[in-house]
Every structure is written in structure tokens, then in C-alpha cells.
Design a protein around this ligand. Structure first.
Ligand code: GLA
Length: 387
């Protein structure tokens, strides 16, 4: 891949003088969904698939972008001055947003640059291709201009750019998982204070299998913002009867005793998911530490049910994948991962059952949905790097 992007950079931008090659991963969340903007816990891992980038400084103020994933768009040009989101700018709004966010933080970018990207994360799959581009851009800017920021700052800057420049009110999970990724580990992150711990994912005789529904997300972003504001309203109602800063502070029992304060049954279901999912995540990490992979899998399954019935972010495609996965031999756990409304599922499958799993779930999905799902057996990798 390094050679491929390097050669393409030479072809698109004339030569490779002064250029460097970089990589940032995608991420998969094992459990803890829609908890990161509710002050709860998440448990994601960085993947070995991600976004490759070749970048170099320019002498002028121009920005020139090229993506091998959107070759039909050709070179998209812009300027480092007056950065603002524009519909025609398409995917370049992600790197531009990060450049803008550095400026907002007082890090002035002194010149323009040429940037070529090539990602091997399926687009719109829920494996965080956009957060991968954001963290990659921040990592490149730090390397190029020597900005004094940590990897955790890169995550926060990426999230800030997504919230304020690209208008998606996402939490911190994706950018954090990518910027702080560690090979063969998941990150147990408390989003209330960003304290975290790495937990080894040792699956001796099992694999992590991702199934991509290939459903285009469409309205996903606005639905995402809607869920977020439902939780905020439910929190405000609960705060009238209990002194909490976030839903993540409540145990299941506390939620059950205070839930009467939430005036609307839909909002009650949303808040219930946030509270129970957070507690499930804490239990799941404990199960992993106790080497109880069976319980970990059961908690993954329960997470899906809650996302389906209470949070209502799954849909027929993800439900078809997961419900068929549960029926297969050798499946330890299976659930949707990421924002939902399309995207991917994550399953832990015994190694010698993986082929049959892919065949059977793939056939059932095609028969019911009418188009195919894609399957990936993935590995957990490190955060961003210079290649
Ligand atoms: C998206 C967001 C994350 C998180 C997940 C749901 O991936 O970017 O911040 O909220 O959805 O868990």
C-alpha cells in the first residue's frame, strides 16, 4: 500500500519531493454503544485497516487534495485561508475541518499542502473512516509543523472539527480509539473524564469478524443528533430529582427508581439504554479480565437487543445480520457496532467456524435483503504512524 500511494502521489502531484507517507487506523467498538456522549464507558479497538496518506508542504497557501477512494472527483483545490465547510468540497471537509480546528486552538498553519489519501476501510461502514481521516490529518500537521499536541489532543481536535465544522455531534470514542490505539488491545475509556485503561484482547481460538451491511447511511447523521438530544432532555428531567451530571453516573437500580421523572416513554427507553449499556460495558470488561469470554459474548448480544428495542438504531439490515449470526455454530457474541442505521456488525467467532459463518450469514442476508453483505476478519492494530 505504501508504494501504491507513493506512486499515485507522483502521478497526481508531479513528483514526491519532500513528501512522507502516514497511516491512521479505523476502529471497531466491542461494546458500549451510544454511551460516549452520555458520560459512560466504551470499549473500542483500533484496526489494522485504515487510511493511508501522502503529504508535503507547499510554498504557497494552496491546499490540493486527492483521494484514491473518490478518483472521479479528481484534485480538489482550496486555500488554507478562510477555511469553511462547503458542499462542493465533499470529503475534503474532513481534513479542512481539522486544519480549521488547529487554528481555533491557536496553532497557525503556516503554508498550504498537497495531500493524497487512500483508505481500505469500507466507506460509510461505521468503522470510522471519517475519524480516521481526521486523526490522520492532525497527525500529519503535528509531524509537519512540530505542533505541541499529544495523541489525546489529536482525538479532541478531531472530535471538535467533526462537531463544529462538519455538524455531526459525535462523542469522543472514534477519534480516541484511533489516536490511542494499541495492537491486540481494546481501550476501556470512561468518557466522563477520559481516564482509560488498555485491556488485552486475547482470543486464543476465535476471530473478530465484521459484517458490513452495505446499507447506505443516508439520514444517519440527523438521526444520530436526534438520539443525542433525546438523551439530553431525559437527563435534564432526571436532574430535577437526582443530582447527576450524566446518565453514566446511574446504576440500573437508580435509573429504575428515578425514571418516573422522564415524561415521555420514548425518551425513557433512550435513557434506559444509555444507563444499562454503560453498566454492561463495565461488566463486559470485568468478564474479559476474568477470562469469561462466554459472558462477554452474552453481554454483546444483550447490547444489540437494547440498541434494537430501546435505542432503535439497528434496522432490518443489522438485525438480519446479527439474528442470523446468533444462530451459527461457534459464535460467542454478535452485535451492531458504531452509530447504527446501517454500517457493520461485530462478531466473535471460533476460528474453525469462521468460513461457515460467513457463508451462512451471507446467504441469509442476501436472501432477505436483496444485496450482499461484505465480511472482514480483522486484527487489532496500533494508532497513527509515519510509514
Ligand atoms: C458514532 C460516533 C461515536 C459514538 C458511536 C455510537 O460512531 O462518532 O462518538 O457515539 O457512534 O456509540
Amino acid at each position: 500500500m505504501k508504494q501504491t500511494v507513493w506512486n499515485k502521489f507522483a502521478e497526481v502531484f508531479g513528483d514526491t519531493e519532500g513528501a512522507k507517507v502516514y497511516f491512521a487506523p479505523g476502529r471497531v467498538n466491542m461494546i458500549g454503544e451510544h454511551t460516549d456522549y452520555n458520560g459512560g464507558h466504551v470499549f473500542p479497538s483500533a484496526l489494522t485497516i485504515g487510511t493511508y496518506g501522502v503529504a508535503r508542504k507547499r510554498e504557497d497557501r494552496k491546499l490540493r487534495f486527492y483521494s484514491m477512494n473518490f478518483e472521479q472527483l479528481g484534485v480538489i483545490e482550496s486555500s488554507i485561508d478562510g477555511l469553511k465547510p462547503e458542499k462542493e468540497a465533499d470529503w475534503t471537509n474532513y481534513p479542512k475541518g481539522v486544519m480549521w480546528a488547529f487554528g481555533e486552538r491557536g496553532f497557525e498553519i503556516p503554508c498550504g499542502m498537497d495531500l493524497l489519501l487512500n483508505g481500505n476501510i469500507p466507506n460509510g461502514s461505521g468503522l470510522s473512516s471519517s475519524a480516521s481521516v481526521e486523526v490522520l490529518t492532525g497527525f500529519i500537521l503535528r509531524d509537519m509543523f512540530g505542533f505541541d499536541v499529544t495523541n489525546q489532543d489529536l482525538a479532541l481536535i478531531g472530535q471538535f472539527s467533526e462537531n463544529k465544522f462538519n455538524g455531526v455531534n459525535c462523542g469522543i470514542m472514534d477519534q480516541f480509539a484511533i489516536a490511542m490505539g494499541k495492537k491486540d488491545h481494546a481501550i476501556f475509556l470512561d468518557t466522563a473524564d477520559l481516564s482509560y485503561e488498555y485491556a488485552p484482547i486475547v482470543l486464543e481460538d476465535a476471530k473478530i469478524v465484521i459484517a458490513c451491511s452495505n446499507k447506505k447511511r443516508g439520514l444517519g447523521d440527523s438521526k444520530y443528533n436526534e438520539r443525542r438530544s433525546e438523551c439530553e432532555t431525559a437527563l435534564a428531567e432526571l436532574q430535577k430529582v437526582v443530582d447527576i451530571k450524566s446518565l453514566g453516573e446511574l446504576t440500573e437500580e437508580e435509573f429504575e427508581s428515578y425514571k418516573g421523572a422522564i415524561a415521555d416513554p420514548i425518551r425513557e427507553k433512550r435513557a434506559k439504554h444509555a444507563v444499562y449499556e454503560n453498566q454492561r460495558t463495565i461488566k463486559a470488561v470485568k468478564a474479559l479480565k476474568d477470562n469469561d469470554i462466554k459472558l462477554f459474548g452474552e453481554l454483546m448480544n444483550a447490547s444489540h437487543v437494547s440498541l434494537r428495542d430501546d435505542y432503535e438504531v439497528t434496522g432490518i439490515e443489522l438485525d438480519t445480520l446479527v439474528e442470523n449470526s446468533w444462530k451459527q455454530e461457534g459464535v460467542i457474541g454478535s452485535r451492531m457496532t458504531g452509530a447504527g442505521f446501517g454500517g457493520c456488525t461485530v462478531s466473535i467467532v471460533k476460528t474453525d467456524c469462521v468460513d461457515a459463518f460467513i457463508k451462512n450469514v451471507g446467504e441469509a442476508y442476501l436472501a432477505k435483503i436483496g444485496y450482499a453483505a461484505d465480511f472482514y476478519v480483522v486484527d487489532i492494530g496500533d494508532g497513527p504512524s509515519v510509514l
